[in-house]
Design a protein around this ligand. Structure first.
Ligand SMILES: Cc1cc2nc3c(=O)[nH]c(=O)nc-3n(C[C@H](O)[C@H](O)[C@H](O)COP(=O)(O)OP(=O)(O)OC[C@H]3O[C@@H](n4cnc5c(N)ncnc54)[C@H](O)[C@@H]3O)c2cc1C
Ligand SMILES: *[C@@H]1O[C@H](CO)[C@@H](O)[C@H](O)[C@H]1NC(C)=O
Ligand SMILES: *[C@@H]1O[C@H](CO)[C@@H](O)[C@H](O)[C@H]1NC(C)=O
Ligand SMILES: *[C@@H]1O[C@H](CO)[C@@H](O)[C@H](O)[C@H]1NC(C)=O
Ligand SMILES: *[C@@H]1O[C@H](CO)[C@@H](O)[C@H](O)[C@H]1NC(C)=O
Ligand SMILES: *[C@@H]1O[C@H](CO)[C@@H](O)[C@H](O)[C@H]1NC(C)=O
Ligand SMILES: *[C@@H]1O[C@H](CO)[C@@H](O)[C@H](O)[C@H]1NC(C)=O
Ligand SMILES: *[C@@H]1O[C@H](CO)[C@@H](O)[C@H](O)[C@H]1NC(C)=O
Ligand SMILES: *[C@@H]1O[C@H](CO)[C@@H](O)[C@H](O)[C@H]1NC(C)=O
Length: 568
């Protein structure tokens, strides 16, 4: 039930979120968001190189790089005739397969893909590891110079097809450049040492790659759609235009095949570009319009919006991030409030740790650490709170919990849901994934946890009431254990429905809802336990957990653990 004044607030949040649909990457910043449906066709496009930024908004490294990448993509707008900039969200479940098949092991990852790219295992794109905008540009320039657009103009070539195939082209600018090997003064490099070496190596008779001055001149003039730049290294080309060779470095040819000779003041691309631009001003040609001004996205707000969007699309999905947060908070916050572990308290603590390491939703490396913690605990007759913290520090301290944010347990207002919600999810998960343990072992830990560590008297009392209705001695196998916890949760839901602790966006229902599981009730609206059990087992199964909201990329073992049917 909703309190009367909760509705306006809810509306507020929704409207606010919708206005935010400006996502992490704005198309007006010269980036196109790809997804599982568009990825391959975008990369197979035949005319441009592609820069793809694989990201995960929940990963801190990715978050840090987003503003810098925005600068990069905006700068690369000048090259849009030869380069497309794309982003792919590896945080989304539906993109798992792409990110897996491209071996994206961390985010952010930048890769360059040539035109007409088709995925083959031995070529997954060219990695750009540098995060410095200038270095990224420089690495891209090295790859772009391989496009046919940059090929040397040869005596057998002619300008006719350039003008015919490109109606907007009015001028072809010829840049005379020889290979570095032959003509040392042309010692212009791009921005990096790598480029310097590459340009020295690449320029030879077998591989007539353009010189860096020619290439940079070409790149700088891409914003003028009326202009095509061609590089040549053979003065005999002039014969094609019916004139004898001249020593000029720059020649402009118009559609009427009239020639204009330009003389740059110095032998570097800056001077070449300046000379050509001066001509373009004279004939009143302007570069493409700049990008519109855009606002910088507030990452935390966008992520919040995306979590709600994810909920809307997948209302019953269970998120690994919530389970991680629950475990993290239980170990590092909730249990650490206890000043003395002895007797049943110590037993509950030990059994909790054992349960977590047996049926862990955590990464494989956590298993070992938790086992270590369990064995240290087993040796203790009693333990002070400080003693526990020490053990924890020794065994699991350097474990990185990758669920930093509540996803399924996100709240529409502060102080609601969050940890309490994730605690329920964790125990439902454990009940489903503990088939191999003795019946009741999960329930005993749950009851003990609520009694000793939850610091919520009324919670323990409610559970006590339910225990009287459904004695746990009657639970004789794992299926009954799963159903006991489900029923207990519904018992609490019923008592709390309409309470001030209820999040209006996540009303307390008798779970699962009729619409989410039509088979779970019979025609008299009575539960059909066998169907409920089936539903819970599918929903809470380890292999059905969503990775959305995790800051890490899946490792190979996890990809296998979670393997779904088809591969890309
Ligand atoms: C034993 C216990 C007693 C509690 N008593 C109180 C109390 O007295 N007062 C109080 O304010 N809070 C109490 N809480 C906290 C309360 O139950 C909720 O956890 C909290 O209000 C957050 O609610 P939520 O909307 O996130 O949904 P939650 O009830 O926390 O549920 C989390 C998620 O579990 C799933 N779920 C819901 N029902 C079921 C079910 N039956 N079976 C399987 N999955 C289900 C849904 O996906 C739901 O979103 C208690 C918690 C526990 C563990
Ligand atoms: C982006 O570019 C602007 C303007 O050049 C600069 O002030 C800002 O520091 C850059 N931001 C990042 C994260 O590189
Ligand atoms: C350019 O293309 C050639 C031949 O296709 C290839 O061998 C070379 O590796 C490419 N260079 C770059 C930087 O992509
Ligand atoms: C120009 O080149 C095209 C192919 O690039 C060729 O088909 C055409 O015959 C050439 N024209 C002249 C006049 O050389
Ligand atoms: C982003 O939004 C959050 C919540 O609205 C706010 O607290 C934070 O200051 C904002 N950050 C920036 C950089 O604007
Ligand atoms: C969990 O719920 C109880 C009861 O409403 C509340 O007292 C407690 O603060 C909640 N704990 C957290 C961490 O939100
Ligand atoms: C518990 O089990 C006993 C024996 O199987 C049965 O008689 C009793 O009704 C059960 N109690 C509840 C509350 O289900
Ligand atoms: C419920 O009723 C419909 C007809 O109203 C019937 O077809 C169906 O079999 C019934 N289902 C159950 C579970 O009894
Ligand atoms: C995962 O759980 C959802 C319900 O949340 C269910 O619809 C789906 O079939 C489950 N998937 C698998 C593989 O069990």
């Amino acid at each position: 039930m909703m309190t009367p004044n909760s509705t306006p607030l809810l509306l507020c949040i929704l409207i606010f979120s919708a206005a935010l649909s400006e996502l992490l990457f704005n198309p007006d910043d010269n980036v196109q968001l790809l997804d599982v449906a568009s990825f391959e066709s975008a990369l197979s496009e035949p005319t441009s190189g592609k820069l793809v930024h694989f990201f995960n908004g929940f990963c801190e490294d990715s978050q840090r790089f987003i503003p810098a990448f925005r600068n990069v993509s905006r700068k690369l707008y000048k090259w849009r005739r030869v380069l497309k900039v794309h982003v792919l969200d590896c945080g989304k479940d539906e993109n798992d397969k792409i990110c897996g098949s491209f071996s994206i092991r961390k985010t952010p990852t930048l890769r360059y893909f040539p035109p007409s790219y088709k995925r083959v295992p031995e070529d997954l794109g060219i990695e750009i590891t540098n995060r410095n905008p200038k270095e990224i540009e420089s690495k891209l320039a090295l790859n772009l110079q391989n496009l046919s657009y940059f090929k040397m103009f040869k005596p057998q070539d002619n300008v006719t097809h350039i003008f015919e195939n490109h109606k907007h082209v009015e001028y072809v600018v010829f840049v005379y450049q020889m290979c570095l090997n032959h003509f040392l003064p042309h010692l212009e490099t791009g921005n990096s040492m790598e480029e310097k070496y590459a340009s020295q190596d690449d320029c030879n008779a077998d591989n007539p790659v353009v010189s860096v001055i020619g290439r940079n001149t070409l790149l700088e003039l891409l914003p003028y759609k009326e202009v095509v730049v061609r590089i040549f290294d053979d003065h005999d080309i002039y014969n094609k235009f019916g004139i004898s060779p001249v020593p000029n470095l720059l020649v402009v040819v118009n559609r009427a095949r009239k020639l204009l000779f330009l003389t740059p003041e110095m032998d570097n691309s800056k001077a070449y570009v300046a000379a050509i631009k001066q001509f373009l001003i004279f004939v009143d040609r302007k570069p493409q319009k700049p990008l519109p001004k855009t606002a910088v996205a507030n990452i935390s707000e966008v992520l919040r919006y995306q979590i709600f969007e994810q909920h809307a699309q997948h209302p019953t999905r269970i998120y690994r991030a919530d389970l991680e947060r629950a475990i993290n908070q239980i170990l590092n916050v909730e249990l650490s409030r206890t000043s003395h572990f002895v007797g049943t308290k110590l037993v509950v603590l030990r059994n909790f740790v054992r349960l977590i390491y047996n049926s862990s939703p955590l990464k494989t490396e956590a298993q070992e650490k938790l086992a270590g913690l369990y064995y240290s605990l087993r040796a203790k007759k009693q333990l002070s709170g400080v003693g526990f913290k020490d053990l924890l520090l020794k065994s699991v301290k350097d474990y990185e919990f990758d669920g930093k944010q509540f996803v399924g347990c996100i709240a529409s207002r502060p102080l609601l849901r969050g940890f309490n919600c994730s605690l329920w999810l964790l125990f439902h998960y454990l009940s489903v994934e503990s088939e191999k343990l003795k019946p009741r072992s999960v329930l005993l830990v749950f009851l003990g946890y609520v009694r000793f560590f939850m610091s919520c008297r009324e919670c323990d009392m409610k559970l006590g009431e339910f225990k009287k209705l459904r004695p746990i001695g009657n639970v004789s196998n794992n299926d009954e254990q799963i159903l006991w916890l489900w029923e207990a949760h519904n018992y609490v839901n019923k008592l709390l429905a309409g309470d001030s602790t209820e999040d209006p966006k996540f009303p307390k229902i008798q779970f699962p809802s009729e619409s989410d599981c039509p088979n779970c009730r019979n025609n008299q609206s009575e539960w059909r336990n066998d169907e409920v059990l089936k539903y819970l087992k599918a929903m809470y199964a380890l292999k059905n957990l969503s990775w959305f909201g995790m800051s890490s990329a899946k490792s190979d073992s996890e990809i296998q653990r979670y393997a779904t049917t088809s591969t890309l």
